[in-house]
Design a binder for this molecule. Sequence first.
Ligand code: ASP
Length: 336
Amino acid sequence: MYNRRKFIKLSAAGASLAVVSTDLLAKTVTAAPLAAGLPIVISTWGFGIAANQEAWKTLSKGGRALDAVEAGVKIPEADLTNHTVGRSGYPDRDGHVTLDACIMDEKGNCGAVAAMEYIAHPISIARLVMEKTPHVFLVGEGATQFAVEQGFKKERLLLPSSEKAWKEWLKKAEYKPIINIEDSKGIPGNQYNHDTIGMLALDVKGNISGACTTSGMAFKMHGRVGDSPIIGAGLYVDNEVGGATSTGVGEEVIRNVGSFLVVELMRQGYTPEAACKEAVQRIIKKKPDTAKEIQVGFLAINKKGEYGAYAIQKGFSFAVCNKNKQDLLIKGKSFY
Ligand code: ASP
């Protein structure tokens, strides 16, 4: 709708300018930005800063949002110090590192993998599922098999440091997710912190894409899948409206189809922050006692490049990168 309105405005401007100079008209139309802040990329948490920088390399050259988000989230996926996303993720309670990711483009195409072992970049496999198969979602061994067929290396992902943490955890073997927060510099608050990177980008053409990738909750049951690879839960993009992504305890996000809800609320006219707040409040309303003990955060962007976030607990932050603001880390508002 935004595009259409903008187009109508530009056409109207063009009609009056045409009598003056067609050359001027061409310059006026092509120079008019879709929205002042484009291109733009936003991501969950402090590790989103480095991821945004990578995405920015594509966006600033006029590249496609889809390419930007894939390249961006591969940074935390490859980061050996990050135990919540990609190759260095903490394992499940049986010692398996299982990764989840999904991706969605401006045409509504999407792809996902879940509970995938031995492959370090789940986001790239999710994209290949989207582009090279008739399916949307591959899980477990099937996802690994597809990745290998596509030329990806099968490797043991359990790092010695992750194995040590898992063995330590096994002493009590108590599954009690810690509320994920980080300090003002973006440092995670706890060694068992459970964070996901969700990234949303708008390219110069005003097209939106999103990516979401995680190793899931540390020490989860084998086979457990959270919200992150589920389209509509961990990520949703509608190029007419905007995009949303989430982080935190995936079970509560799935129960409320969180990211889809945020996008639908934006369609009704909610700002990105107000839509995220409403989605958080739904979770709290349904399970007020559980909500006191857990973290869920939503992050959203609309077609104009306006963004916002809201979380259950304080300590949620998100990173923003556009022409005017690089490396920006913003504290998300929260219910508590
Ligand atoms: N949402 C992820 C999951 O439930 C974990 C997280 O973001 O902390 O698997």
